[in-house]
Design a protein around this ligand. Sequence first.
Ligand SMILES: O=C(O)C[C@H](O)C(=O)O
Ligand code: SF4
Length: 514
Amino acid sequence: MIEQFEESIYRLIVETSTNLPGDVRRAIKAAQEAEDRATRAGLSLSTIASNIQMAECNVSPICQDTGMPTFVLHVPVGANQIVMKEKIRSAIARATKDGKLRTNSVDSLTGANSGDNLGPGTPVIHFEQWERDEIEVRLILKGGGCENKNIQYSLPAELEGLGKAGRDLDGIRKCILHAVYQAQGQGCSAGFIGVGIGGDRTTGYELAKQQLFRRVDDVNPVPELRQLEEYIMDAANKLGIGTMGFGGNVTLLGCKIGAINRLPASFFVSVAYNCWAFRRQGVLIDAGNGEIKEWLYPRGDEVSMEEEPEAAAQPAETEQRREVRLKTPLTEEQVRNLRVGDIVILDGEIHTGRDALHKYLVDHDSPVDLNGAVIYHCGPVMLKDEQGEWHVKAAGPTTSAREEPYQGDIIKKFGVRAVIGKGGMGKKTLAALKEHGAVYLNAIGGAAQYYAECIKRVNGVHFLEFGIPEAMWHLETEGFAAIVTMDAHGNSLHADVEHDSLAKLEQFKEPVFK
Ligand SMILES: O=C(O)C[C@H](O)C(=O)O
Ligand code: SF4
């Protein structure tokens, strides 16, 4: 039984990483229907839809960020949890070796990547007993970018845009709306939220994450919470943040709220934000033979993401945009010519660089000439073949905001002309773009298969010692498309959307639940 158990867990991991469940797909399809297909949000959703389809077809990660693999098991009384834990760990290591998961477990003190997704605290495995004969295993792969957007409120509080939030249902309402607002596009909106009311700081977050295991289309049995969920779905979708924070009609795809008791002195509202790449699945396993008996969520192949031909993008009257094809290295003149809203199609070599590289470059030289270069904020999934050649298995952007302290200086020091990432950057980078002549290009977060297909060759790698995600990969691209969201003229779509959504948030200041 136990060998088959490991195989069943392996199948669960591969399915979760590569095939987005049917209920999540339906929510994304509904978002597509609510957006004009030729707007930035509509185009991004089309890219997301094709990426979901590609991941299923290639049996490859939907997003390059494996996130924190978190298992929740219900086991019959007397089942051997120690052996099950061991088998889960070996299934994780095998899925990593097969390129279905990125090497994602990093020593917090030394920065060393364990290389197999095993290490203190990874993966997370929770056991519960139940009085049934089967083993139930649920798995969520929740990425780091959206995890960074989780937020915990302690009531009473004073919230930007919303004023006082008291220790009551209306205060809770304000916290949840604020949570969606503060995430902007950085957690790869449109997203899903799980909310935990009450508990202590730990159990509050736990409850919030448990809500993410509910089906997107279920109905909360507690009337007040059902009402609050419906209210949030409606109000949050009036904030105008949209897909990837590009502006648009759909910002939130699902909201699930649970409540537990609290201490008299504490009143926490904990919000777990999950990106559109909402990877969670589950199986019921026969405790006798270890085989999968049943899948717990609708499977991806039940809901096709293929676009209907008549729905193909119509040219929008309102949003006319230029498409500019450029070959790297870029010149100052080429990038000064670009404006927010332009679509840039890149050919030629680009270089990946994220947290470790940016920190390094501030006080070291670059191993390659970065004059006119394009830096891609990306930590890819890479596999080496038997000939020793590297292949890109998944390569979407990572949240750029983390590089804000370094980016402006690096642009100026090395003559970088473009940065590709997601979620936008702040004032310091915007000023450097203007001063030096550079642009920020926003790629669609999570679209890891879509971008991997634009990478034709791996030209080389530096700093492999930083670990695969943090290394500096030199990648030859063809037709890599991204949108200019910050230009060399001081314009930032991110600053505009943040400003407009704050004004929209203010309309929800008045009490609703008395
Ligand atoms: O680590 C990554 O590749 C991406 C991360 O999940 C992010 O959203 O920034
Ligand atoms: S890159 Fe975006 S889609 Fe991928 S894990 Fe991070 S937040 Fe989620």
